[in-house]
Design a protein around this ligand. Structure first.
Ligand code: PBG
Length: 332
């Protein structure tokens, strides 16, 4: 063979659609997607989130209507985030475990109408605290670990009672997974899963979410760096995840998503547990801004961004693009 020609033609397997599909190492499916939704009090309420174009906050009646459409697209898991009125926020976050609270009521209504749709619920106090922190604070504004866990346990139990299939502690308190697991077992919720937000970073990418749930206005202390992780760290993430798994987490999560795909990969390689990633509000906002300006091709970039999570090792992805991606995957 003439030495000036390539010895190995990598392009051969890229020459045709069918060949490329045949050798594809990863495939994104609608089964991989979890759709986070924001729930409003009242009825007939529908509000766009300004920093998240295309994402609406919905009252329960409208949430039920929309869920029928999402189900028709093949979406099977929703993650619920209640938007709590200011008047119900307190220092002690007692609304978090109100059996008739918004999250609990929404779960009961969804389960009654869509028993096969899996419901994931957020365990953290930030939608319910007057100061916007994920836990109870002392006079200095420091988030107190152990007393916060006592409230998280009540919240988790009230969600399990309301029908949550997966409770997802996103608070980053130390030791909460073990205590929540024990409480769930004790109360008979042996099949309620825990997806731990294990490697949750103190990220500026959560800004639009905090607008959406109204927890941004006045975070006491200005940030969550005393409990969420430093973006500089990677070994620490593996340590956090390993502890949560030991304490009884069934699934773990890395958050945010795209800037932290290295953590997803390390988690999958080193711990070999069901691993999820959250393409967070700021990532969604960034993409939408580029789509709106015509700077990126919406359909292609949505699917590419989600496939990248799978390649990095994620078993599933929480994404605000879920309905759009599901429609694209169904060829709609
Ligand atoms: C609450 C919580 C947050 C997100 C999920 N659960 C915000 C925060 O920790 O401030 C962020 C999700 C997103 O940005 O899309 N603890």
């Amino acid at each position: 063979m003439n030495a000036s020609f390539p010895a190995r033609r990598m392009r051969r397997l890229r020459a045709k659609d069918a060949l490329r599909d045949l050798v594809a190492e990863q495939r994104l499916t609608t089964n991989d997607l979890i759709y986070p939704v924001f729930v409003l009090p009242g009825t007939g309420q529908r509000e766009e989130v300004p920093s998240m174009p295309g994402v609406e906050r919905l009252s329960i009646d409208l949430l039920l209507e929309e869920t029928a459409k999402w189900v028709a697209l093949g979406i099977r898991t929703l993650a619920l985030f209640p938007v709590t009125p200011m008047s119900l926020k307190t220092e002690c976050a007692k609304e978090a475990f109100n059996p008739d609270g918004l999250a609990q009521t929404a779960m009961r209504a969804l389960k009654a109408q869509f028993p096969d749709v899996m419901l994931m619920s957020d365990i953290a106090l930030d939608p319910f605290t007057s100061h916007g922190q994920d836990g109870l604070v002392d006079e200095a504004g420091y988030v107190m670990n152990d007393v916060t866990i006592e409230v998280l346990v009540k919240q988790a139990l009230s969600h399990a009672e309301a029908g949550a299939d997966i409770v997802a502690p996103s608070d980053m308190m130390d030791g909460r997974i073990g205590v929540i697991r024990d409480a769930l077992e004790r109360e008979g919720f042996i099949n309620t899963c825990i997806m731990a937000y294990s490697a949750k970073y103190a990220s500026a990418y959560y800004g639009p979410f905090r607008d959406a749930v109204g927890s941004s206005a006045n975070i006491k202390g200005g940030n969550k760096k005393t409990y969420q992780m430093d973006p500089a760290n990677s070994d620490e993430a593996i340590h956090e995840i390993a502890l949560d798994v030991q304490e009884g987490a069934d699934m773990v999560m890395v958050k945010p998503g795209m800037p932290y795909l290295d953590i997803v990969r390390r988690c999958k390689d080193e711990l070999k547990v069901p691993t999820f990633a959250y393409q967070v509000s700021g990532e969604y906002a960034m993409h939408q801004a580029a789509f709106a300006n015509g700077w990126l091709n919406e359909e292609a970039v949505i699917l590419e961004s989600l496939l990248a999570f799978k390649r990095a090792g994620a078993d599933g992805i929480l994404t605000y693009f879920a309905p759009k991606a599901a429609a694209l995957l169904a060829g709609k």
